[in-house]
Design a protein around this ligand. Structure first.
Ligand SMILES: CC(C)(COP(=O)(O)OP(=O)(O)OC[C@H]1O[C@@H](n2cnc3c(N)ncnc32)[C@H](O)[C@@H]1OP(=O)(O)O)[C@@H](O)C(=O)NCCC(=O)NCCS
Length: 322
C-alpha cells in the first residue's frame, strides 16, 4: 500500500460521527485479532464523545479514503499520552510509523497489547526509537475460591455508605484529586469525566463505596469504586481506590478494598481484576496480600530523555499533509 495520508482532528476540525464510528470499528477489529483492546477506556470514551478539549485525534487513510489507523494524543497535568492502533489488514506497511510521526515528540505511547501482540508493540516501539518508561500491571483473583480476604475492620469513627448522585460528586472529585495528586491520569479527573462515566451502562452508584466520618457523612475519608463491565458479566473490577492523604497509613485502604470485594462477591461474580502502576509499591503489596496475582503488564514508551531535549526532527519521509 502506498503511504497513508494522515489527518489531524482537533477543536477546529472535530471528528465527524462517521469518523468516530469508523475508529471504534477499527479498534474492535484489532481487539478481535489481537485478543486485547488497543485503546483504553478514556481514549474510547473520547472517540465516542468526539472530545476536543486537550485531545487530538489522528486518522491514517488509505488512498481510497478507508481508515487504516488511528492515534489519539491527550494532554493533562503530566506528559502528553498517546495510544495508536493499525487495522490488522494494514500492518507492517508503515501506517503505525506515519501515525507516530504526527504525534508530539515528548508524548508517551501506551501499549495495552498482550501475548504476541505485545511483542509486536514492543518491537514497533523499539524500531521507532522509543524505550519503556512505565508499567501498569493487571492483577486478578477469583471471588469464589483462593485465599480468603479478611473482614473489613474500621474504626468506629467511620461509617460506610454508597455514593449518592447529586450529593457526593464534588467531595469525591476532591478526594480523588488529593489521593492521586501524583498520578498523571487518575488525579486529573474532572467533573465532566466523572459525568461521562456516570452515563455509562455499567455505572452503579451502589458499587461506589464511601467510607465517611460517622459524625459528618458528607466528609469522605476513603472510597472504592467497583465496576462490572459489561453489566451482567462475570468479572468485577477494583476500579479506583482512594484514601484521603491525611488518613493514609491507618489501614483504610485495605478496609475499603475488602468492602468492595465483599460487594462484588455479593453480586455473584466469578472474578475480580484491577490495574495498578508497578511503582505504586504500597498498592501492589496490599493487593498481593489480598490474594491478587499478576495477569498482564501494560507498558508506556517514550523517546529517551536526551532525544526529547535535543528535539529530534521527525522523519522527513513521512506524510505532512495534515
Ligand atoms: C504495533 C502497531 C501499532 C504497529 O503498526 P504497523 O503499522 O504495523 O507498524 P509499521 O508498519 O509502521 O512498522 C514499523 C516497524 O516496526 C517494527 N514492527 C512493527 N510491528 C512489528 C511486529 N509485529 N513484529 C516485529 N516488528 C514489528 C518493524 O521494525 C517495522 O518495520 P518493518 O515492517 O520495515 O520491519 C500495530 O501492530 C497495532 O496496531 N497493534 C495493536 C495496538 C498496539 O499494540 N498499540 C501500541 C503500539 S506501542
Amino acid at each position: 500500500m502506498p503511504r497513508p495520508t494522515v489527518a489531524l482532528r482537533d477543536a477546529t476540525t472535530p471528528l465527524t460521527p462517521i469518523e468516530a464510528e469508523a475508529v471504534l470499528a477499527l479498534a474492535r477489529d484489532a481487539a478481535t485479532a489481537d485478543g486485547s483492546q488497543p485503546l483504553s477506556e478514556q481514549f474510547r470514551l473520547s472517540v465516542r464523545a468526539r472530545d476536543v478539549d486537550g485531545v487530538v485525534h489522528v486518522l491514517a487513510l488509505s488512498p481510497d479514503g478507508a481508515l487504516v489507523g488511528y492515534a489519539q494524543c491527550r494532554t493533562g497535568d503530566g506528559p502528553a499520552s498517546a495510544e495508536l492502533v493499525v487495522a490488522p489488514s494494514a500492518r507492517r506497511e508503515g501506517v503505525g510509523t506515519a501515525l507516530l510521526a504526527a504525534l508530539p515528540d515528548g508524548m508517551r505511547l501506551w501499549s495495552h497489547a498482550t501475548g504476541s501482540a505485545a511483542s509486536g508493540a514492543s518491537s514497533f516501539a523499539a524500531a521507532r526509537g522509543l524505550v519503556p518508561v512505565r508499567s501498569l500491571h493487571v492483577m486478578g483473583r477469583s471471588l469464589r475460591s483462593g485465599p480468603a480476604w479478611p473482614s473489613p475492620s474500621l474504626d468506629p469513627r467511620y461509617a460506610v455508605r454508597s455514593f449518592e448522585p447529586g450529593r457526593d460528586e464534588d467531595a469525591w472529585l476532591a478526594l480523588n484529586a488529593a489521593a492521586f495528586a501524583h498520578h498523571p491520569e487518575q488525579g486529573s479527573l474532572r467533573r465532566a469525566d466523572l459525568e461521562q462515566r456516570m452515563a455509562e451502562p455499567w455505572w452503579d452508584p451502589a458499587g461506589l463505596i464511601l467510607v465517611v466520618e460517622a459524625d459528618d457523612p458528607d466528609v469522605l475519608a476513603a472510597s472504592h469504586w467497583t465496576k462490572v463491565d459489561p453489566p451482567g458479566g462475570e468479572v468485577g473490577e477494583v476500579y479506583v481506590v482512594a484514601v484521603s492523604p491525611d488518613r493514609q497509613g491507618q489501614g483504610l485502604g485495605r478496609a475499603v478494598t475488602v468492602l468492595g470485594l465483599d460487594h462484588l462477591r455479593g453480586l455473584g461474580l466469578d472474578r475480580v481484576v484491577l490495574y495498578v502502576d508497578e511503582d505504586n509499591v504500597a498498592a501492589v503489596r496490599t493487593y498481593a496480600t489480598l490474594g491478587f496475582e499478576d495477569l498482564e503488564v501494560h507498558r508506556q514508551f517514550a523517546r529517551p530523555a536526551a532525544d526529547v531535549a535535543g528535539a529530534e526532527p521527525t522523519d522527513p519521509t513521512e506524510p505532512t499533509d495534515h
